[in-house]
Design a protein around this ligand. Structure first.
Ligand code: SF4
Ligand code: SF4
Length: 268
């Protein structure tokens, strides 16, 4: 049995997270604590008739809980889906980034160095899950996304969303134990779960995985993602694009250099 109260060595390889959607009650505690831990600002939103708020992740919201309304036997019911970076085993974002702003941590997190970012947005195009978000409103925008709370892992703590989930829908642990737990839940409760661990194979496998009682396509999951990693979207293939793109990257790199220098000057 996987439990967030059992001790886990957060500094050892390799970790995973299981989100069991059958347990999520849509309280959005994970969304709030994620903003709090990562010091993200509030962005104004508008009511659209859907309780999902904001409707999608954005540069200030690394995780958002989506609300899906369903009518079953003349009764309304709800399904809730927490979305965030999947922390791919072989991340397309890292392969596509021309300046190496993304790093795959051996424990699982795909980390991101904003100081290196030149704002080219190749990672946004490469990510099969639509995760990296751009700071559209800023003068020198960079990309933002879930960090797997790698700073907490470094400090021996589990990710803040897993820590705060009172309904025990988010489990953090050793990757193999997480997969074994997901398989056991499906085997022990075949009538309850869809026979699929989303993320176990998608895009070559991800560190974050989901279980659901509702077919994943009904909950907004992309179900046409290939099982293999996405090597076609590597910088090697992007480097074959015209020289003008290389020039653009050089210009953007200079912009990033002066942006970072300006930030450091202000801090001195
Ligand atoms: S989900 Fe997207 S942003 Fe996250 S690691 Fe995978 S490719 Fe990168
Ligand atoms: S792991 Fe951390 S950064 Fe990622 S969604 Fe959870 S709380 Fe937010």
């Amino acid at each position: 049995m996987v439990s967030n109260t059992m001790p886990v060595d957060t500094k050892a390889v390799k970790k995973g997270v299981l989100i069991d959607l059958t347990k999520c009650i849509g309280c959005r505690g994970c969304q709030v604590i994620c903003k709090n831990w990562n010091n993200r600002a509030v962005k104004k939103t508008v009511l659209t008739g859907n309780f999902t708020n904001p409707l999608e992740m954005n540069s200030e919201t690394y995780t958002t809980v989506k609300f899906f309304e369903e009518e079953k036997e003349n009764k309304m019911s709800w399904n809730f889906v927490k979305t965030q970076c999947m922390h791919c085993k072989d991340p397309a974002c890292a392969s596509a980034c021309p300046v190496g702003a993304f790093t795959k941590d051996p424990r699982g997190p795909v980390t991101y160095n904003a100081e290196k970012c030149i704002g080219c947005r190749y990672c946004m195009m490469a990510c099969p899950f639509g995760v990296p978000k751009y700071e559209w409103e800023k003068l020198f925008p960079v990309i933002q996304k879930c960090t797997f709370c790698v700073d907490r892992l470094d400090a021996g703590l589990i990710p803040s969303c897993a820590k705060t989930c009172t309904s025990k829908a988010i489990f953090f642990g050793d990757y193999d134990a997480i997969v074994a737990e997901a398989e056991k839940r499906i085997k022990d409760n075949p009538e309850k779960y869809v026979n699929h661990i989303y993320g176990k194979e998608e895009a070559g496998g991800t560190s974050w995985m989901y279980l659901s009682s509702v077919p994943f396509e009904q909950l907004g999951f992309k179900t046409n993602i290939p099982k293999r990693a996405l090597p076609d979207l590597t910088w090697a293939s992007l480097s074959k694009v015209p020289a003008a793109v290389g020039t653009l990257i050089t210009v953007l790199s200079l912009v990033a250099y002066f942006r970072n220098r300006g930030d450091k000057d202000k801090g001195e």
